[in-house]
Write a protein that binds this ligand. Structure first.
Ligand SMILES: *Cc1c(COP(=O)(O)O)cnc(C)c1O
Length: 366
């Protein structure tokens, strides 16, 4: 006889909590001003977000995917060029490279850190390689000192996919500020989320920022004058105002994610799952993945116990049909992680008791 759980621990909870009053005020401010696209909220958010990341500039765009693609295009990376990236990420990372017209080349991940392996990058470099696109996966920074070193030796750009890593640091320095440019997503589930889609390119290169600004707005140099074939990818004023309301709370929310993660680590000691190590204290725990040889059974057991989980990610990017044109990639470690990985609930409004209940359910799996 199966026991019906008393309540469900949701994988995520997106209704406003302590930010509700601030978000409400922001929304009303925009409505009353009657200015909805590329206005004062976007300009202010760009300044405030750049300051939070430690770059000179930020350019707000429609999505994190667009942030990646437009950063590459602004660097004149396109057809005939190769960009080396990680096989384990949201498929949008790989799609962004295709959107720019370039070819994604996948270098396998480090088995502990689960981010791109610098040795695999070295092996994947060809005369066509123009940029490296590491992904700070699950909120853990990629091994940036080695990656930046490789890029400098080979004359390559680094575009950081920081879509899961707002306020993360690598050896004490903020991600997004370590390469030529960084890309962030404000999709609602991200550590800093809007109430719709959003993204930003951060950089300290003024010419690069200006080019992204032009590209996001149809390639216009002045109103109705389109110098190049840009796209329509503008963050709207409502989302910018909501992000401005939430940005001051992000440090506290990040601390809370770290506290919950260390509680998981304590309470899962001895459980029949592998927890990827924290390789850098600057980890911001966008997700809390565990690895299990019996992943499907564990997920079913947790579901019966009232714990929602998700898989990030079930398919390595190079094995997605959408990426078939890029040719086969040998990424056995990514293949294996995709078979074993399961994300447990982790978000700032999760309670200590929730984490204990999840950990207990995992331990009961044996
Ligand atoms: C979310 C995400 C993206 C895409 O961001 P969108 O805003 O959804 O387009 C890209 N890369 C990673 C690692 C992500 O987590």
């Amino acid at each position: 006889m199966s026991v019906t759980p008393a309540r469900t621990i949701r994988f995520n909870l997106l209704t406003p909590g302590e930010d509700a009053t601030r978000v409400d005020a922001a929304i009303h401010r925009v409505i009353e001003r009657g200015w909805f696209v590329l206005g004062p909220e976007v300009e202010a958010f760009e300044r405030e977000f750049a300051a939070a990341i430690g770059t000179e500039l930020a350019v707000a765009v429609g999505t994190g995917t667009d942030a990646l693609a437009l950063a590459l295009r602004a660097l004149d990376i396109g057809p005939g060029d190769e960009v080396i990236t990680a096989p384990l990420s949201a498929a949008f990372s790989g799609l962004a490279i295709l959107m720019a017209g370039a070819r994604p080349v996948f270098a396998d991940i480090d088995p502990a850190r689960l981010t791109i392996d610098p040795r695999a990058i070295e092996a994947a470099i060809t005369p066509r390689t123009r940029a490296l696109m590491p992904v700070h996966l699950y909120g853990q920074p990629a091994d940036m000192s080695r990656i930046v070193d490789i890029a400098e030796r080979h004359g390559l750009h680094v575009v950081e996919d920081a879509c899961q890593a707002h306020l993360a640091t690598c050896e004490g320095r903020p991600v997004g500020s370590l390469g030529t440019a960084g890309a962030f997503s404000f999709y609602p589930t991200k550590n800093l989320g809007a109430m719709g889609d959003g993204g930003a390119v951060v950089t300290s290169d003024r010419a690069l920022a200006e080019r992204v600004k032009r590209l996001r707005n149809g390639g216009q140099t002045a109103r109705y004058h389109h110098a190049e074939a840009g796209v329509n990818s503008r963050l709207d004023e409502m989302q910018a105002a909501i992000l401005r309301a939430r940005l001051p709370l992000l440090t506290r929310w990040t601390d809370r994610r770290r506290t919950l993660a260390s509680r998981y680590r304590r309470e899962l000691a001895g459980a029949a799952v592998t927890i990827p190590p924290e390789e850098d204290a600057g980890h911001v725990y966008h997700l809390f993945p565990v690895l299990s040889e019996r992943r499907e059974a564990l997920q079913a057991h947790l579901s019966k116990s009232g714990v929602e989980t998700l898989i990030h990610y079930p398919v390595p990017i190079p094995r997605q049909p959408a990426l078939a044109s890029t040719g086969p990639a040998m990424c056995p470690i990514a293949d294996q992680v995709c078979r074993l990985v399961l994300s447990l609930p982790l978000y700032p409004s999760l309670t200590d008791a929730d984490v204990s209940a999840v950990a207990e359910a995992v331990r009961a799996f044996g």
